[in-house]
Ligand binder design. Structure first.
Ligand code: SDX
Length: 392
């Protein structure tokens, strides 16, 4: 048979590891990073603090946070030859494919990031990618907009600097905006980790072969790209735009989502673990209303989203299957309000998930987990003899 008697497609009922990083309770809609409730962290912490907490296990004191910030800033440059790789892509290339490629290419310019057999080597690889991924993400966006590839300003905070690298213009002073900065910081916190989801499991299994942190992250970025996973935040906005173009006919799309003969799914709805509201969706929905209000934006797509959620949450098909809005359902509405292009939404998810992926990879390496290598049930041909081409 190939060694096992039962399989578990999609690992719906399989645990892959023990982990002390993130706790989810799907029935109660609970999400905690290292024991701290996501609601508290989203309100009281900043993204770099949460990144430190996830990776090293404790909230940093002022000295630890200052050192982490400084070490990351010292690594927030990228070898100039990386621009030649970025240059090779057509402007139409999807930013997730570009980011995954550039992340893997980083290994060539940072060979010491592969062998992390000491705490120091591991720490150095971690601060390198924490510093460089935001640059690569911003450059990916600037390439599409035919803007010069430049750096931000290390006097700014981590998230503010990311925003400046994405949006600065050569001929216009960059103005920071507290509403924008706080919204982005909160969104990155809410995306920072989510136990053994598809992309994190990918990072762990690639890392389990000791392929190195950057190669593992490159694989994780590719897994996140899929519309059933992180790519859903882009798919949600495209769906809401389609409904808007269709005269706001949400009922038609609800019926399409229920139709088994139609591949269409209500994007941003449903979750493998949450069989209740995704706690992140609750916070993001509230934040979307606040941000649009503060920025004086009246986005009809938010109203369509709320209308769609209301109908779906009362529809037997969704109620029976316990399908609720997930993290991706409202996040795109905030990204839009921040003028982030739709095709960059999943890149923002990747930037948020970066510390979670790193934390999970580090835990896997420190616990010396074995290489991931599941078995199968063989259902192919029994033994048969070779036929020459004349006999076929
Ligand atoms: C993320 O895992 C994580 O933690 C992921 C994430 C993270 O932080 O890392 O939370 C981020 O990826 C959120 C999910 C984003 N994806 C989407 O919004 C895409 C739409 N959602 C679905 O494709 C789906 O709900 C999944 C992929 C999220 C979960 O899929 P499962 O757990 O494999 O569930 P399933 O496909 O077996 O569905 C169970 C039933 C099926 O119907 P029946 O066969 O029982 O009749 O529910 C139906 C499905 O057809 N269903 C949906 C639906 N989601 C599930 N029907 C219509 N629309 C949907 N969105």
């Amino acid at each position: 048979t190939g060694g096992v008697t039962t399989i578990d497609p999609g690992y719906k009922n399989t645990g892959s590891c023990e982990s002390a990083i993130t706790f989810l309770d799907g029935e109660k809609g609970i999400l905690r990073y290292r024991g701290y409730a996501i609601e508290e962290l989203a309100e009281k912490a900043n993204f770099l603090e949460v990144a430190y907490l996830l990776i090293f296990g404790e909230l940093p004191n002022a000295e630890q946070l200052a050192k982490f910030d400084k070490d990351i800033k010292e690594e927030s440059h990228v070898d100039e030859d990386m621009k030649k790789i970025l240059d090779g892509f057509p402007k139409s290339a999807h930013p997730m494919g570009v980011l995954s490629s550039l992340t893997s290419a980083l290994v060539a310019f940072n060979p010491s990031s592969v062998d992390v057999d000491s705490d120091e080597a591991m720490y150095n690889a971690i601060v390198k990618i924490m510093g460089k991924l935001p640059v690569l993400a911003a450059w990916t966006m600037r390439k599409r907009k035919s803007l010069p590839l430049d750096y931000g300003d290390n006097s700014l905070g981590y998230v503010e600097n990311l925003h400046k690298m994405m949006f600065s213009r050569p001929n216009k002073a960059y103005e920071t905006n507290k509403v924008v900065n706080d919204a982005l910081d909160k969104l990155l916190i809410l995306h920072a980790d989510h136990e053994q989801n598809c992309s994190t499991s990918t990072v762990r299994i690639v890392g389990s072969s000791h392929a190195g942190l950057f190669a593992s992250l490159s694989a994780g970025i590719s897994a996140l790209w899929g519309p059933l996973h992180g790519g859903a935040n882009q798919a949600v906005i495209e769906m809401l735009e389609a409904i808007k173009a269709d005269g706001g006919d949400t009922a038609k799309y609800i019926e399409k989502a229920k139709d088994k003969d139609d591949a269409f799914r209500l994007m941003g709805f449903g979750h493998r673990v949450y069989k209740n509201f995704d706690p992140r969706a609750k916070i993001i929905k509230k934040s979307a209303e606040e941000v649009l209000g503060d920025l004086g934006i009246d986005d009809p797509v938010l109203d369509i989203a709320k209308g769609l959620a209301k109908v779906a949450l009362e529809d037997d098909y969704f109620v029976k299957r316990k399908l609720y809005p997930n993290v991706d359902f409202y996040s795109g509405i905030i990204y839009r309000a921040l003028d982030i292009p739709t095709e960059m939404f999943t890149v923002m998810f990747a930037l948020g998930r970066l510390p979670g992926w790193i934390a999970q990879w580090r835990e896997m390496r420190l616990r010396k987990e074995p290489i991931g290598r599941p078995r199968q049930i063989y259902i192919g041909e029994t033994e048969r003899s070779f036929k020459s081409i004349a006999e076929r």
